[in-house]
Write a protein that binds this ligand. Structure first.
Ligand SMILES: Cc1ncc(COP(=O)(O)O)c(C=O)c1O
Length: 431
């Protein structure tokens, strides 16, 4: 057996972090009375100010492990070169994308006004769904308020108790959460191993099954073996769900995505999810697949039914970006080329950088603390890079994560490589 089940959702705080119970407080089953108030011992009310004391103890544990996280509000005119965001095509501030968002706000207003099945579907939502499906070669598409809710929808609507989900160990957190929420039996298999997927499906011995994978893995930027996975799925009658968050706009001819690149677009047994917040420079997500699957989601997916529709500005921006990409398909190849040049430059500088399959490059750091110090030094020197540490990484190796942007010049790439190498921890650094 090569797989293991996905662990349950994060447990409630365990005993060392739990607030002490008030000594005189009796334990009462919820909703039951303990008799007349005259019979009850005098209760000392717990101090409300102590209720969340346990979060400070948790914060201290994270601090000691080098895992403290901070918000860093970005000024509009930040002069730093951005290799940390996911704006792969450099479209987030493109005049046509911004204009499309502004036009949508002026026409439709600031919000969608309701959930998609009530008032939250505008004609603009339908336009985006049709164009997105056409661009990616899918029969139909359904837009969500985020890629996260799109993943939760796809998993909960396509799997349930009695289904086996086979989930790559390095899948994005939103897929893992979708597995948990679906209440299906989930087998976690080693990263990018179609053989392990095959044996998990064989162990299941028939019945409904769904294999779930990122197309491009968000931490290291490596690609899933989609043709092999599709073949294994077909041999066992399983569906394949591919999260193409990092593939759309970057992978495939003109950025049409990983399914198109693998010859799987429009096939009856494959479903994709995407985000509109990376290469399309907007916000929101979508599920793409056979029309009957999309109809099933409209009628059953809770994160579709009980969520307010995507705001018109985001719908407009995504449509604007999609149309731009159709007119300028070379943007996708340039994003991949920038990633390859970043990686080659870093490897040349003797850093442990990944060889990218799309637009993400990761660079190993010796420890969480060293990764944070390295990323901070880069930012102070003028280049923003991502910093991934446990528990956001699947293998406990801390990394810098660099995202290529198709609009970077060769001079900017060279400058970024030189600066990241200059700020690198000394080879002997352990922490
Ligand atoms: C692989 C993957 N899937 C899903 C998501 C979630 O998308 P969104 O940010 O639109 O919720 C992300 C976002 O980081 C991602 O990297």
């Amino acid at each position: 057996m090569v797989h293991r089940t996905v662990p349950p959702a994060t447990p409630a705080p365990s005993s060392p972090a739990r607030p002490p119970a008030a000594p005189e407080t009796p334990i009462v089953p919820a909703g039951r009375s303990t008799g007349s108030s005259r019979d009850r011992p005098r209760e000392v009310a717990p101090d409300p100010a102590a209720v969340f004391d346990w979060v400070d103890r948790r914060a201290e544990l994270r601090r000691r492990a080098g895992l403290t996280r901070h918000l860093r509000p970005r000024p509009a005119d930040d002069p730093v070169l951005d290799l940390a965001g996911n704006d792969y095509l450099g479209l987030v501030r493109h005049p046509r994308v911004v204009r499309a968002a502004a036009d949508a706000v002026l026409r439709w207003g600031g919000g969608a006004t309701g959930s998609r099945l009530v008032t939250g579907t505008t004609e603009l939502h339908t336009e985006l769904e049709e164009e997105l499906a056409g661009f990616c070669g899918a029969e139909a598409a359904l837009v969500f308020s985020s890629g996260y809710t799109a993943n939760l929808a796809a998993l909960t609507a396509l799997a349930g108790p009695g289904t086996l989900i086979v989930c790559d160990a390095y899948n994005h957190a939103s897929l893992i959460d979708g597995c948990r929420l679906s209440r299906a039996k989930t087998a976690q298999v080693p990263h990018c191993e179609p053989g392990a997927v095959r044996s998990a499906l064989a162990d299941h011995g028939g019945g409904r099954a769904l294999v779930v994978t990122d197309s491009v893995f968000s931490v290291d930027g490596d690609a899933a073996p989609l043709p092999e996975l599709a073949e294994v799925c077909r041999a066992h009658g399983a569906g394949l769900l591919v999260d193409d968050a990092h593939g759309l706009g970057v992978v495939g001819d003109g950025g049409t995505g990983a399914l198109a690149a693998a010859g799987l677009a429009g096939t009856p047994d494959v479903v994709a999810t995407v985000t509109l917040s990376k290469s399309l420079g907007s916000q929101g997500g979508a599920v793409l697949g056979p029309r009957r699957v999309i109809r099933h989601l409209v009628e059953t997916a809770r994160t579709f039914i009980f969520d307010t529709g995507l705001a018109p500005a985001s719908v407009g921006a995504a449509l604007g970006a999609l149309r731009l990409l159709r007119e300028e398909p070379q943007r996708a190849a340039r994003a991949r080329q920038v990633a390859q040049r970043l990686s080659a430059g870093l490897i040349n500088a003797r850093l442990q950088a990944s060889t990218p399959d799309a637009a993400v490059v990761s660079v190993h750091a010796p420890s969480p603390e060293a990764a944070v110090a390295w990323a901070t030094a880069c930012r102070e020197a003028g280049v923003a890079v991502g910093c991934f540490r446990p528990p956001s990484v699947p293998d406990r190796i801390s990394r810098l994560r660099l995202t290529a942007r198709g609009d970077l010049t060769d001079a900017q790439i060279e400058h970024a490589v030189a600066l990241i190498a200059r700020c690198a921890p000394h080879p002997d650094t352990k922490s």
